[in-house]
Design a protein around this ligand. Structure first.
Ligand code: SF4
Length: 534
């Protein structure tokens, strides 16, 4: 019997997701943000990679933003195996439905662990739970991960009890890490022990979910390196995401991550080398994504990692986050030599006034230097901006526009500020006159509706950089498409053509059909490999 089957991700029905968000109101911040990431064509909603798949001349070709082995599976599977438990996995629920059905019908699985990274709504979890119950009534369903922890921390007991009933799983893990908790659950279930002794869970007794004692769980990264040999090479494929640190040493006022993730710790350069050697050994991996939010901090360790990668001549292409105030031209040159092909820049604003209020250590001057340096060394840049943070005015917004136009990152996106009670700025809400929360807020200098208007204006007016759709197409998609044979220039043209349709739909919401010229452009972009196919 398999002790635990891990379900990686459910890239659930996008049309249904659009309807759910639309139900919040077409003027809601959530819907306006989403509507800059999909187009309507022949009565259906398409994200960028969906339309690329749809309009590509070869019916067998498939493009998806989730076309890799989910890192939670490799990490959790390795952890369970190390602790003596057997595991299996379903990587992406929608694509692996048939396989999942077969596994469930074999009836030899003790538990199913549903991970919840990236979910903002409960629907994808519910869909998986209902599917499991349809084919297997006895398996214990465990749900854990960021979505559950966020709900557990932010909802009242009545609210999360009601959510847990709605999802109807057997056990929930209320812990940021949770792998040790999962091991304790499996151990208790296998030995017939009482679940009340397992820390950090909610489990069903009668009509109630009983919450057990909570205790901070902290698993050492070096002791728990992924064992890639446990996974078939064809499942690992070309793309691997890895983490070399936990938490973040900064405390940006709009971000609750460091407070939730605890102390910033990172692995040694030797450990990173060990993991990269293991990946090289596989012979299939071409592209690495370092998930660490501050991979280039501290500077000395980052430089040592780059030197180590150059020394080993790995030939991986890789991408990462980059803090612009923690690097100079020489480090960027070294990054290029070590195989870096792209960086995510949490730029946030072009205004030093706002950057200061955000408690960012980087300033406009840093971005003015680093973005052109990255361009000089052929490293793709994506500048992510926040619009509407407390203190934002039309003038500070204009500074952001000017920064993008002047520095010309390859891609950019404007995000509506998300007013989150679990972030440091919440403590200052009286000072800034903040009312509301989430994507519906107001403060002394702006409200969310005005910020949405400014984001639309940004989307429509920026000339020197390309809007990143984000939903279903993000920075990773650029490397993915390049490995699929699309050149960077072809990708840029495709995203521009995709955005042009969205712009038309934004400007003329009552127009029934997309202009033929725009459809032609998009079709041409989607046939990028026509010559290769013929
Ligand atoms: S936004 Fe990034 S750098 Fe700032 S606190 Fe959050 S994780 Fe750290």
């Amino acid at each position: 019997m398999i002790d635990c089957l891990i379900v990686g991700f459910n890239d659930s029905n996008f049309a249904a997701y659009v309807q759910t968000v639309k139900a919040l109101g077409v003027d809601s911040g959530a819907y306006r943000d989403l509507s800059l990431a999909f187009l309507e064509y022949e009565g259906r909603h398409y994200r960028a990679l969906d339309i690329l798949t749809h309009l590509h001349p070869n019916d067998d070709v498939y493009f998806a933003n989730t076309d890799f082995l989910w890192p939670t599976i490799t990490y959790l599977g390795s952890y369970l195996s190390k602790h003596g438990f057997s595991f299996d996995y379903i990587n992406e629920f929608q694509r692996d439905t048939e396989l999942f059905r077969e596994k469930l019908q074999q009836n030899d699985i003790l538990t199913i662990a549903i991970t919840t990274t990236l979910y903002v709504l409960p629907d994808p979890i519910l869909e998986v739970v209902n599917f499991i119950r349809q084919y297997n009534k006895t398996v214990k369903i465990i749900v854990g991960g960021p979505y559950i922890c966020n709900q557990f921390e932010s909802l009242s007991e009545l609210e999360f009890q009601s959510l847990f009933h709605y999802l109807s799983a057997d056990i929930y893990v209320n812990n940021r890490e949770g792998e040790a908790t999962l091991v304790d659950i499996l151990s208790a279930l296998k030995h017939g022990d009482d679940l009340s002794e397992v820390k950090n869970i909610s489990y069903k007794i009668g009509d109630e979910y009983k919450i057990t004692h909570s205790e901070v769980e902290s698993n050492d990264l070096e002791d728990n390196m992924v064992n890639y040999t446990l996974f078939p090479k064809r499942d690992i494929g070309q793309f691997v995401s890895l983490r070399t640190a936990k938490s973040c040493p900064f405390s940006c006022a709009f971000c609750g991550f460091p407070a939730r993730a605890g102390k910033y710790v990172y692995t040694s350069v030797d450990h990173v080398e060990k993991e990269l050697n293991a990946l090289k050994e596989l012979g299939t991996v071409t592209t690495l994504t370092f998930l660490d939010d501050t991979f280039n901090v501290p500077k000395k360790r980052f430089a040592d990692i780059l030197q180590m990668m150059i020394r080993n001549q790995y030939e991986f292409k890789w991408n990462s986050f980059f803090r612009s105030d923690h690097g100079d031209e020489s480090i960027i040159e070294l990054m290029k030599e070590a195989g870096c092909e792209g960086v995510f820049l949490g730029t946030e604003s072009g205004s030093n006034t706002i950057l200061e209020k955000m408690n960012k250590t980087a300033r406009r001057e840093h971005y003015m230097k680093t973005i052109p340096w990255f361009r000089k060394y052929g490293i793709t840049t994506y500048a992510s901006m926040i619009v509407g943070f407390p203190g934002e005015t039309f003038e500070t917004y204009q500074e952001t526009i000017d920064l993008i136009e002047e520095t010309q990152p390859d891609f950019y996106r404007g995000q509506l500020w998300f007013c989150d009670p679990l972030t440091p700025i919440w403590e200052k809400r009286e000072e800034y006159g903040v009312t509301g929360s989430g994507f519906a807020w107001s403060h002394k200098t702006m409200d969310s509706e005005t910020a949405c208007d400014l984001i639309d204006q940004m989307f429509l007016s920026i000339q020197n950089s390309i809007w990143m759709p984000q939903w279903g197409f993000e920075l990773w998609s650029i490397y993915y498409l390049q490995r699929k044979g699309m050149s960077l220039e072809q990708i840029k043209k495709f995203v521009r053509d995709f955005n042009a349709v969205i712009a038309e739909q934004l400007l003329y919401p009552n127009k029934k059909d997309i202009s033929p010229k725009l459809v032609d452009n998009l079709k041409q972009s989607c046939q990028f490999d026509l010559k290769m196919l013929s």
